[in-house]
Design a protein around this ligand. Structure first.
Ligand code: MN
Length: 757
């Protein structure tokens, strides 16, 4: 044995002992069983190492430890299954071995945790990925422990992600943000959800993450002192009312702070509620008493500091779907800073901390006894078992269901409409009526004209604008959240397709008749081959939707009649472009696995996506969309959802060192006081000091507020940052921020507005 191996051996034994100490409440027999599982797994993984070089067994040990120490799940079956979770997938042991050694319950759980093998599915990697999700989640309804172990597994993999290749890292990180973090949230595992998000953030946007981490660290000392003062006053007041309680405080996660900055377009300095405090009450008089006590605390502290009524959330009267109960409020503390305060009892706190694990803890059978959760699981099961949905759609639907319904918007008449988070104008339109959805061209949201893909915010008043000339396009599917909208759009697309086929068939017959050719003619087969179309139906569809020009039909038949041979295949314009693209790539000797943007390549080889408008300096990835390479920022929401569904189409990409000859379009939003000369001063900075070209300026002033948007041509992220910081120093400018993504949307909205007039 080498020194290294001896060292590793010690690490393994220590990890095992740590696990046994954490599970010390178990009986002697149960501990023996855990030991047996450990020995079994160690033997099975013997000689295998993780990417980091460590013995593989450390991974299952760590997963088991997370379940016991961080999720509070210390029943022997959970621990045994956590230790064995990779045995069937990665070693020569199979489920029969597990069943023989550890019984049927354990082997069922391991089955749920074992990925579908490649040979079982003859499809692409991507739908295999989706099938795996479907399989994992279907098992939730039989034994919730599957999903808890899977979550712990994912958490440990995220904690050790640093050893992975960059493209794999991005794929795993996006999957985590897309599915596992919302799932952890849904299961009430808040701490784990936050950690998953922060880790995914760290690996997908390392630059921004590090920058934010340092800024947080810099304000922490000062913020801590502030919060301690705040807590002291709260404590004194509550104590004098004779209540029994503890107060905890915590900083918000980096990811949630960053999301807030992105969402509100505010710089870090403007995000004041960086911390939340939690008041945990000892209240033992039953649920009614608990509720009364929480409200009593609320009334006492809101007498101390002014609460923001818009931010009051009562999760006690109506608990969240995941059983979360608490009272949330935001108070205006000293120095006019907002502080979030959560009020709950020890029982509510236990559920909030351990989530579903707390409910489950004392039940060995694995059944659910929580009504809301049981209902949710039933709904998920319905979705996943729906045979008409393919695996990818099923996973998407499942994900939709993870996010609770909580956007309430209004019709012009003031009727309330409830939609899932992230719903758009289109979702709203379809919810009102299918006919309105099908013909929507946009909407007036709070009297402003917006495009159909505009996301709605709570309290919006929405009036859909329609046109008889409008009809749904495939693209719409990307802009809707609700099942109703999706199904309606798909139905309309099917109808459009039927009409196109009918139309194409008529056109064919009309063209072919003069040559005495009909649908039964032998030329028909040759035509299909020439156009590389599998069925006459596809052929008529291509004709009817003008993908193929009908004059080509007459030409083809004419050549045939003249006895000429027709060589090769028809290439559509798109195919011609794709071929040219591949040729160019090959010609310039570029490794397609790592796209270097701007080096030896012209910019028409790929497209910078409109949704996030990447600039040199941003972390980016490429996404192969049928031969066209779309470049997204790694933090782009669109990219995250694409990556997690179509992982194999990710292409690593980075910016070339030097981009001095190329300029990019970027937009800056500026908000400030509408003072004289404001616009002039900003333009002076852009064009005189920074010597940048402006493409467009839009300004609005309202009640003494100035709101401007400047679309400028810029070299890179650094230059943009410099520009923003210079504008920010102007007197009476409140914020200057990079506006990502909505440049195009804004133009479209303006066009619609112009049409309306
Ligand atoms: Mn694993």
């Amino acid at each position: 044995m080498t020194t290294q191996e001896k060292q590793y051996d010690r690490v393994v034994i220590n990890a095992y002992r740590g696990l046994m100490r954490a599970a010390r409440d178990r009986s002697k027999a149960e501990r023996a069983l855990i030991r047996q599982a450990f020995e079994f797994a160690r033997h099975a993984h013997e000689g295998t190492r993780r990417k980091s070089g460590e013995p593989y067994i450390l991974h299952p040990l760590a997963v088991a430890r997370i379940l016991v120490s961080e999720m509070g799940l210390d029943d022997p079956t959970t621990i045994v299954c956590a230790l064995l979770h990779d045995v069937v997938e990665d070693t020569h042991y199979d489920l029969t071995d597990i069943k023989r050694e550890f019984g049927v319950v354990a082997s069922n759980i391991i089955d749920g945790l074992t990925k579908i093998s490649v040979t079982e599915l003859n499809e692409t990697m991507d739908s295999k990925q989706a099938e795996n999700f479907r399989k994992i989640f279907l098992t939730i309804s039989t034994d919730i422990r599957v999903i808890l172990i899977k979550t712990a597994d994912r958490l440990h993999n995220m904690r050790t992600l640093g050893a992975m290749r960059r493209d794999k890292m991005l794929k795993i990180a996006s999957e985590t943000l897309y599915l596992y973090a919302p799932l952890a949230h849904r299961l009430g595992l808040y701490e784990i959800k936050s950690e998953l998000e922060d880790l995914a953030f760290k690996y997908s946007e390392p630059g921004i993450y590090e920058d934010l981490r340092q800024r947080m660290a810099a304000t922490k000392v000062e913020a801590k002192q502030y919060i301690e003062r705040f807590i002291r006053s709260v404590r004194q007041t509550l104590r004098s009312s004779g209540l029994d309680f503890t107060v905890k405080s915590r900083f918000k996660s980096l990811y949630s702070v960053w999301r807030k900055m992105e969402r509100k377009g505010e710089p870090f300095e403007e995000i004041f509620d960086l911390f939340a405090i939690r008041i945990i009450l000892e209240s033992r008089g039953g649920k009614e008493q608990e509720k009364a006590d929480c409200w009593r605390v609320y009334s006492i502290i809101s007498g101390l500091y002014r609460p923001n009524p818009k931010r009051l959330r009562d999760w006690i009267t109506v608990p969240k779907e995941n059983s979360y109960e608490a009272l949330h409020t935001t108070l205006l503390g000293p120095e006019n800073r907002w502080v979030e305060v959560q009020i709950r009892t020890t029982r509510m706190d236990d559920i909030a901390e351990k989530g579903i694990a707390a409910h489950w803890k004392y039940k060995e059978s694995g059944e659910m006894n929580d009504d809301a959760l049981a209902k949710w699981i039933e709904r998920v099961r319905d979705i996943l078992e729906n045979p008409s949905l393919n695996a990818l759609d099923a996973v998407r639907e499942f994900r939709e269901n993870l996010e609770p319904y909580d956007v309430y918007v209004f019709t012009p008449k003031g009727e309330l409409v409830r939609l899932p988070n992230g719903s758009t104008v289109l979702d709203f339109a379809y919810k009102i009526h299918t006919g309105i959805g099908d013909t929507a061209i946009g909407a007036k949201v709070n009297n402003q004209v917006v495009t159909p893909d505009q996301e709605l915010r709570p309290g919006d008043q929405v009036e859909v604008l329609t046109s008889r000339k409008q009809s749904p396009s495939r693209d719409w599917l990307r802009h809707v959240k609700t099942v109703k909208a999706k199904e309606s759009i798909k139905a309309s697309l099917r109808r459009q397709r039927r009409e196109a086929i009918e139309h194409g068939r008529n056109m064919f017959n009309w063209r072919a008749r003069s040559y005495e050719v009909d649908e039964q003619h032998p030329y028909m087969r040759e035509l299909l081959t020439y156009f590389k179309l599998p069925t006459p139906e596809e052929f008529y569809y291509a004709l009817g939707s003008r993908l193929i020009d009908t004059s080509l039909i007459s030409e083809f038949i004419k050549l045939k009649k003249e006895g000429k041979k027709i060589e090769g295949h028809y290439l559509s314009e798109e195919e011609q472009q794709k071929q040219a693209f591949n040729d160019k790539l090959e010609e310039s000797g570029i490794d397609p696995d790592m796209l270097v943007l701007g080096q030896n390549q012209r910019f028409d080889h790929y497209q910078l996506s409109n949704c996030c408008e990447p600039l040199p300096g941003d972390d980016i990835i490429g996404f192969n969309d049928n031969g066209r390479i779309m470049i997204h920022r790694t933090s782009c929401e669109e990219a995250i959802s694409l990556m997690s569904s179509f992982g194999s189409q990710i292409i690593e990409a980075k910016w070339a060192e030097d981009h001095s000859n190329v300029l990019f379009l970027a937009a800056i939003n500026v908000i400030g006081l509408d003072r004289q000369g404001m616009l002039n001063d900003i333009i002076r900075i852009i064009s005189l000091r920074m010597k940048l070209n402006i493409r467009k300026v839009t300004i609005e002033s309202n009640n003494g507020m100035f709101e401007g948007r400047f679309d400028v041509f810029i070299k890179n992220r650094e230059e943009l940052r410099l520009l923003i910081s210079r504008i920010e120093t102007l007197p009476h400018v409140y914020t200057a921020t990079r506006a990502s993504g909505d440049t195009r949307r804004r133009y479209e909205a303006e066009q619609i507005a112009a049409v309306q007039k």
